[in-house]
Design a protein around this ligand. Sequence first.
Ligand code: C2O
Ligand code: CU
Ligand code: CU
Length: 477
Amino acid sequence: MRLRWGLFVVVIALIILSGIYVYMNNQSFEMPIQSPPQKQSEESNTGLLPIPQLLVDSNPEELVADYYLSAQNGLSNFIEGKQTPTLGYNGNYLGPVIKVSNGEEVRMHVKNELDMATSVHWHGLVVPGTSDGGPHQLIQPQSIWEPSFTINQPASTLWFHPHVMGTTAIQVYYGLAGMIIVEDENSKELNLPDDYGINDIPLIIQDRNFNTDGSFVYLDNMMDGAVGNYVLVNGAVTPDLVVQQVKMRFRVLNGANARNFNLRLDDNNAFYQIASDGGLIEAPLLVENLFITPGERAEIVIDFSKYDKGDVVKLLNDNELVMTLLIGDDSEDLTEIPDSLAVIEKMDENLATGVKTIVLDGMGHMVSMNGRKFDINRVDDNVTLGDIEIWELSTTSGMMMGSPGHPFHIHGTQFQVLSRDGSPPYLNERGWKDTVYVRANETVRIIVKFDYEGLYMYHCHILEHEEAGMRGQLEVK
Ligand code: C2O
Ligand code: CU
Ligand code: CU
């Protein structure tokens, strides 16, 4: 009898718990966007890979740049005959590419033409906290934010996106994101493909879902954030790109809210990875696949000289189509992939002044960091300017079975990975990183230093995890 009652209580408890779990994972959001005020020309995002415009520097002076960005409502055409309300910078969806040089003084002029507050965070850029564009630098509707900073880091592929409490994930999903390319003396001297739009191509990879009327479905009720059945590259569904028989450099950004991509060519030919988040790695790495998690970037070079005109090569995520490469004409190729790409000084573990432990807990909406959820009025950590610290990142699955991995990101710095579960880091993460994937039940040790003062966020880059509280903030002074 006692046993039966015990069983009954356990069953009831399980039913209640799973009810709470389903409820907590089932909040869906209505996008607070309006139709564009004036009729905008519809962008055709089907067929060929769109190449984002390079943003024009409106300052003629050398080493000083003025860039104008405007967050706005738009209409896009992803699916034949259907219109999708979207958001974009200076356009309908995504934004222009901003190309800057190390040492350059950059003044940004960001206008918010949306009906809701936004912010623009320069992901990967090492700048003072007040210019970082996190939730402490909100831009109200019809307002302008004008941060300025001097680029102080090596050549790299970075990006920008909103960072607003509660609406980051949805603003990014609707289209607010863009790429930043940093050049430096070294990258200009190397003979890598660097002709933007010709042999140096951004690939902003995302996934989306659509309603039958063409509008986006934003559902964050998935176990691990908003994932979609359609793969978009630079805002076009599984597009085509015609390439000549030369070496092509692709700057890959995982711009998805929550999905990991494992990229490979359908013929399993190898390609080179030449850069990670924060810049060129020391030597090119010949790989057959590139695993890339939300927020991370990688630069790769594919040599198409081994193909013939008319060949078709598919870029896949495991077995799912990402884009199609159509091989065109033979062409002279003066570029090369040098054996040595950059010199990366290893940060010395012995100089570390402290160890921080970061535990990424849970899944779905039931996430936290070090056992608590983010509070914008609480500073979680203090760091002394210039101090070197070791951060130990690990994951727990909380009360539910199974645990996802978490792409962990820190603002305002580029760090180095020391180890994964005591083993050396992967070959492609031995350069500068600002986002590192921490797998389930894994401990990743990184070494970090901050060069500017201010408040900075650190969080899981699954945007739904970040919004649900898997985030902290630190003050550097
Ligand atoms: Cu892409 Cu808080 O960052
Ligand atoms: Cu960031
Ligand atoms: Cu996460």
